[in-house]
Design a protein around this ligand. Structure first.
Ligand SMILES: [Zn+2]
Length: 80
């Protein structure tokens, strides 16, 4: 799993994107704290953040898809 990244404008005007292995995910609250801490440390202005997206999304069949009568996904055909 990749780390979230933040984009910072350094005091010298350089824009830099860095990984933040400290955090699994960044949300707006955490972002505000990182922004403030970076500003207070005189290390620049944090412009944005980006969370890694899951590469694979598994779709497990929902329990309600399974018919209680025949135990398959017949969608009611077995009663017809
Ligand atoms: Zn059925």
């Amino acid at each position: 799993m990749a780390n979230p990244t933040i984009t910072i404008r350094r005091p010298n005007g350089e824009i830099e994107t860095v990984e933040t292995p400290k955090f699994a995910r960044i949300n707006n609250t955490l972002f505000a704290r990182i922004q403030e801490a970076t500003r207070n440390a005189g290390r620049g202005e944090v412009l944005s953040y980006d969370n890694p997206r899951p590469r694979f999304q598994s779709r497990t069949p929902h329990v309600s898809d399974i018919c209680p009568r025949c135990g398959t996904r017949c969608y009611g055909d077995c009663t017809a």
